[in-house]
Design a protein around this ligand. Structure first.
Ligand SMILES: CC(C)(COP(=O)(O)OP(=O)(O)OC[C@H]1O[C@@H](n2cnc3c(N)ncnc32)[C@H](O)[C@@H]1OP(=O)(O)O)[C@@H](O)C(=O)NCCC(=O)NCCS
Length: 125
């Protein structure tokens, strides 16, 4: 997996359990997936988020945690690309906070799904 960014857990992002609010983490994970697909395609246009699959909150993140968000291309379809994302503790990477898989669809100028021309081999070159 490739590191795409880091996030710092701040006071205003906490929930009433004294852990990172799930909606904030969902935002950060889907944004990381978008950065990952943009890096994969070499563009940010004509690609939309279609589905978020199997979002897991594995462990609570406490105030002051520095998260490392990483991604990898998990699946290549005809028009879709699935990006796997995970969030770990930057200072203790054994601690896994969250995982998910985000499906993006390549679109034409009318917003309809269109072949992206990507293969797993072409990305790994
Ligand atoms: C994403 C969108 C273009 C797909 O349209 P669609 O008519 O369902 O397209 P298709 O049926 O041709 O499917 C396109 C691809 O998405 C995949 N797909 C569709 N629904 C899916 C789902 N729920 N889960 C996983 N993959 C899905 C299909 O398997 C297909 O993949 P493939 O071509 O690689 O085999 C359309 O639903 C859309 O515009 N959604 C709104 C997107 C949006 O506004 N996102 C938020 C802002 S980025």
């Amino acid at each position: 997996m490739k590191t795409i960014n880091h996030r710092y857990v701040r006071m205003e992002q906490m929930n009433h359990h004294d852990s990172l609010y799930s909606g904030v983490l969902t935002d950060w994970m889907s944004e990381a997936a978008f950065f990952g697909v943009a890096r994969t395609l070499g563009r940010r246009d004509h690609v939309v988020m279609c589905a978020i699959q199997d979002f897991r909150f594995v462990a609570p993140a406490e105030l002051g945690t520095i998260l490392t968000l990483r991604y990898e291309l998990a699946k290549v379809g005809r028009t879709s690309l699935t990006i796997a994302v995970e969030a770990r503790d930057m200072l203790n990477p054994d601690i896994l906070y969250s995982t998910c898989q985000v499906v993006f669809v390549n679109t034409d100028e009318n917003g309809k799904s269109a072949p992206h021309g990507i293969t797993m081999a072409s990305v790994q070159e």
